[in-house]
Design a protein around this ligand. Structure first.
Ligand code: ATP
Ligand code: ATP
Ligand code: MG
Ligand code: MG
Lengths: 253, 253
């Protein structure tokens, strides 16, 4: 079993698009995938067609009796289940403010999954309680990074948070990789930023580059991952290539 | 005096770029501007060159004795001051969890500003404590909206939050306007989304459209607002036009 958190506190850098499309691409090559929505804004949930939510990740986090199998729902993608969220998840942090093991809530619920399952966790644009839960539950973290200047600054703080989670309870957590997203090939700027990422982080940076393309928005409107909506588009091909890199890096460890 | 909150819980839709460039464009036509950073990620603070922060919005929110004049710093833009933030602001919410008037912390500190000042508040990508403080302190809220499908969904929840703030303590709060940002003119999609915004919200939607252009990233690297870094670029012209609309809408009320 692999548990991968997708995290970056900067907003709108492609976390949700990555969880959705990486998940679909892995399922398309035979993997069993569970996508866990830990963002109260529930974008992943909405695009996965799971808007009628009875039990959600809010219940998973707050109620000891609720297991992951009680909340998962099918998605339009064969082989992909989703554990949906809803906006009441935002109140979970305050409800758990004085509780024991508050950062282990998600980890405890992933303990007894079937062998060979790949869990991918979507996180909100913050380094708060929910993201810490995701990082504590995961063995691997994938960092989508938009190729812009602000993204580099945020990455340093994000990596400090990853280090802090390793020291305070999850020493197994490692960086699966850094993914250049929303790459605008028409400009020099994006390439310069990615070069700087590689200079700094070497082969932690995935070879795959996710191009900026409007096809992602059309796929969102259709509530279908781009890898299914337009399988031959550059964005879809990139996420299939990412899936291969993720599988290879999983075997190497 | 005018207090304008810039808010949208979706990440990366141009909140900070709008605060920065609208503020600079207003100062360029003679207005006195204070930018207030209420985001613990402190992007506005960093781009305003205020990285050496002693007292910040965290102290403004937590300490009764700290006034706005104690924390504001000059910026590279004549006529624009910044009230900087830093990541410790993220802990403020938990510190105030049981306090009285916790949503009035910023409002109380804006009470005695000079006539004619325009305060613009930058907010984090969430509908939590800090955004509620901004909406409670402001008389007007500007909503930057990226022209994509997810943006429309988020807008409804954002407007419900605005309504809730009006009912629970700030009946003066009104929507100053809805701003189409990161508009990709090369595609049909952006225009369709903006048409839908206008169909739904009529003349709440600003006439100004902020185009998507890589010049914003170059300006960020230079730590200068685009309206100063490349005054003749389409993005700079758009924010100057927005400043005019903001001034006109202020007189109408
Ligand atoms: N490669 C891409 N090219 C163009 N648009 C993209 C791309 N990836 C994602 N998008 C779109 O950009 C917007 C932001 O992407 P997404 O929601 O995946 O980011 P996020 O990091 O999850 O945002 P948040 O921080 O708000 O959760 C969405 O409308 C999405 O459809
Ligand atoms: N019109 C535009 N065209 C191209 N890039 C832009 C534009 N406006 C902003 N950007 C860039 O896009 C990124 C996101 O913008 P910005 O930080 O202003 O959004 P935000 O809503 O404040 O994000 P967050 O939710 O993380 O606070 C930044 O790197 C910024 O420089
Ligand atoms: Mg997301
Ligand atoms: Mg911002």
């Amino acid at each position: 079993m692999r548990v991968i958190a997708v995290a970056n506190q900067k907003g709108g850098v492609g976390k949700t698009a990555t969880v959705l499309n990486l998940g679909a691409a892995l399922a398309d090559v035979g993997e069993r995938v569970i996508l866990v929505d830990l963002d109260p804004q529930a974008n992943l949930t909405a695009i996965s067609g799971a808007d009628e939510v009875e039990l959600s990740t809010r219940d998973l986090v707050l109620s000891p009796d609720v297991a992951l199998r009680d909340i998962v729902q099918p998605t339009p993608v064969q082989g992909v289940l989703v554990a949906p969220s809803e906006y009441t998840l935002a109140a979970a942090e305050a409800r758990l403010a004085s509780e024991e093991r508050r950062q282990w809530r998600v980890a405890d619920k992933l303990a007894d999954l079937a062998e060979g399952t790949i869990v991918i966790i979507d996180t909100p644009p913050s380094l708060g309680f929910l993201t810490i839960n995701a990082l504590t539950a995961a063995a691997e973290v994938l960092l989508p990074v938009q190729c812009s200047y602000l993204a580099m600054k945020g990455l340093q703080q994000l990596l400090r948070t990853v280090e802090s989670v390793r020291e305070h309870g999850n020493p197994d957590l490692r960086v699966l990789g850094i993914l250049a997203t929303m790459f605008d090939g028409r400009t020099l700027h994006a390439g310069e930023v990615r070069d700087r990422l590689i200079a700094h982080f070497g082969d932690q940076v995935f070879e795959t580059i996710i191009p900026r393309t409007v096809a992602f928005d059309y796929a969102t409107v259709a509530a279908v991952p781009l890898v299914h909506y337009r399988p031959e588009s550059p964005g879809a091909q990139a996420y299939r290539k990412l899936a291969q890199e993720v599988l290879e890096r999983g075997q190497a460890s």
